[in-house]
Ligand binder design. Structure first.
Ligand code: ADP
Ligand code: 5GP
Length: 207
C-alpha cells in the first residue's frame, strides 16, 4: 500500500490569540508536522528569522511570485501582503506530513476551495479583553497597529462560524494537546475513508 498522504490543517485566529505560540508547542512536542513558511511584505519583528518565520520579501518580489503562480493563495492583511508558497506544501503532504498553514480568514477560504479535505481551526482567546492584553503584552506592535488589528479581529469574527473547529486557547498546554488530537483524529478518519472508498470502487469495477 502506498504511504498515506498528510492532511492540510488551516489555522486562523485573531492577531494575538496565540497561534504562533501554539504552533511552536505543537511542533516541539509532536512528530509528523510541517509548518508552511509564508512570504510577506511586512518587516521582521525582533527575533524573527528570514526563512524560518517568514520569507521577508519586497512588494516587487511578491508580485513576481503571484505572476509565476507560486502561491496557493495570497491576501492583504492590514497594510501588508501575505502568501502561501505552493511547492513546499505539496511536497510535505506527499511525504505524509500533516501540513499546517497559519493564515488569515480570506486565504483560509481560498485554500479550503482548492483542498476540500483540509480541516480548518479557528484559535481564539477566552474573551476580547484577554486578546487586547495579549496583543499589548507581546510589545511588538505600536498602539495604532494594535488598534488596526483589533478592528480586523471584529471583522474576522464574522467568519469564525465557517471553521470546522473553534479552539479556545486558554491554557496553552491543554490547547496544544487538543489541537494535536483534532488533527490526529481527522487524519485517521481520512485514511479509513479513503481506504474504504478505494476498495469498494475496485469491487464495483470488478462486478
Ligand atoms: P498570534 O501568533 O496569534 O498573533 P502569539 O503567539 O504571538 O499570537 O501570542 C500573543 C501573545 O500571547 C504572546 O505574548 C504569547 O506569549 C501570549 N500567549 C499565547 N498563548 C497564550 C495562552 N494560552 N495564555 C496566555 N498567554 C498566551
Ligand atoms: P503577522 O503579521 O501577525 O505575522 O500575521 C498577520 C496575519 O496574517 C495573521 O492572521 C496570519 O495568520 C496571517 N498570515 C500569515 N501568513 C499568511 C499567508 O501566507 N496567507 C494569508 N492569507 N495569511 C497569512
Amino acid at each position: 500500500m502506498s504511504k498515506a498522504t498528510g492532511i492540510l490543517v488551516i489555522v486562523s485566529g485573531f492577531s494575538g490569540a496565540g497561534k504562533g505560540t501554539l504552533m511552536r508547542e505543537l511542533l516541539g512536542q509532536y512528530e509528523g508536522y510541517a509548518l508552511s513558511v509564508s512570504a510577506t511584505t511586512r518587516c521582521p519583528r525582533e527575533g524573527e528569522v528570514d526563512g524560518r518565520d517568514y520569507f521577508f520579501i519586497d512588494r516587487e518580489e511578491f508580485e513576481r511570485m503571484i505572476a509565476g503562480n507560486e502561491f496557493i493563495e495570497h491576501a492583504r492583511y492590514v497594510d501588508n501582503y501575505y502568501g502561501t508558497p505552493r511547492k513546499y506544501v505539496e511536497e510535505q503532504l506527499a511525504s505524509g506530513r500533516n501540513v499546517i498553514l497559519e493564515i488569515e480568514v480570506q486565504g483560509a477560504m481560498i485554500v479550503k476551495q482548492q483542498y476540500p479535505d483540509a480541516i480548518t481551526v479557528f484559535v481564539t482567546p477566552p474573551d476580547a479583553a484577554e486578546l487586547k492584553r495579549r496583543l499589548e503584552g507581546r510589545k511588538t506592535e505600536a498602539v495604532d497597529v494594535i488598534t488596526g488589528r483589533l478592528k480586523r479581529a471584529g471583522e474576522e469574527s464574522e467568519l469564525m462560524m465557517m471553521y470546522d473547529y473553534l479552539l479556545v486557547n486558554d491554557d496553552l498546554q491543554e490547547s496544544t494537546k487538543k489541537l494535536h488530537d483534532i488533527i490526529t483524529n481527522a487524519h485517521a478518519r481520512m485514511c479509513v475513508n479513503k481506504e474504504f472508498v478505494s476498495r469498494i470502487q475496485k469491487e464495483l469495477r470488478a462486478m
